[in-house]
Design a protein. Structure first.
Length: 270
């Protein structure tokens, strides 16, 4: 191989390694996690439980996600015109090549009913197109594209501080997404009480296809877009939680023993 061609090959390999490392960092950050004892996060024990903040993986524990505010708008939010949504393309594992992005103008301005049909039963939702139009717009877009069909919910947390089931990753590893990202919404004073539907993210401006279903009051910092509520199927989530976590990670979360496979996500007609 000629010296010039060899240099090109080495440069390409170096670039590929850098891209793989970047995607791995984003995957770790995207995972919704709860930790029990880290100096960077205040943990308040009491009543047999604990209150903790959501943080990234071990490489990201030095700094917790910052709350999204109007004074510190994300690039995705800053690029959007009033009444529109900005969806920035991103390299993500599992993203279909021809998926595209949701329409810039939100398709819904009010409540949208949706149903997640799973192997454990149906979970009814109400999406809030008024307070979280861009997240609702994206959720409906992905549902109509059958994006989540035959995927499974990859992370369950059963701790006192975080009771949730996380879904939406097409790879089932915590690293996947739709190939686009968008900014946070409806986080001012957000509470993650039982029945909350919210977006998982790796920081402001990184919402994609992963979301989490809260089946019990949880103590989280207001950094995750609340875009609806669970109207039925809480008992299904509670039953999955009772089954426990299979091969729990360092933070105590992991794939549920009772596997939850999404068969379809249906959006009710207007």
């Amino acid at each position: 191989m000629a010296g010039k061609d060899r240099k090109k090959q080495l440069a390409r390999q170096r670039y590929e390694r850098q891209e793989q490392a970047r995607l791995a960092r984003e995957a770790r950050a995207r995972r919704v996690k709860i930790i029990g004892s880290v100096a960077a996060v205040a943990v308040i024990a009491g009543g047999g439980g604990a209150v903790a903040a959501i943080v990234g993986d071990k490489d990201d524990k030095k700094e917790s996600p910052k709350a999204d505010t109007a004074a510190s708008a994300t690039p995705s939010q800053a690029a959007a015109k009033p009444g529109e949504c900005a969806y920035a393309k991103a390299q993500e594992a599992g993203a279909p090549k021809d998926l595209g992005t949701p329409p810039v103008k939100p398709a819904y301005a009010g409540t949208v009913k949706a149903t997640i049909k799973t192997s454990q039963g149906d979970i009814g939702l109400e999406l809030d197109g008024k307070k979280a139009p861009c997240a609702t717009n994206s959720f409906a877009f992905l549902a109509k594209k059958d994006f989540w069909n035959k995927t499974f919910c990859h992370r369950l947390s059963t701790s006192e501080g975080l009771k949730m089931l996380q879904c939406g990753d097409p790879t089932g590893t915590g690293s996947g997404g739709p190939g686009y990202q968008f900014g946070n919404e409806n986080t001012d004073g957000a509470k993650y009480t039982k029945g909350t539907l919210a977006m998982a993210n790796a920081g402001p401006g990184t919402n994609g296809s992963q979301f989490f279903l809260v089946y019990g009051d949880s103590q989280l910092t207001p950094d995750y877009t609340v875009f609806g509520k669970i109207t039925s199927g809480i008992d299904i989530l509670e039953d999955v939680a009772k089954g426990g976590v299979a091969k729990a990670g360092q933070d105590g979360t992991g794939e549920p023993k009772k596997k939850v496979t999404i068969q379809d996500v249906a959006i009710a007609k207007k």
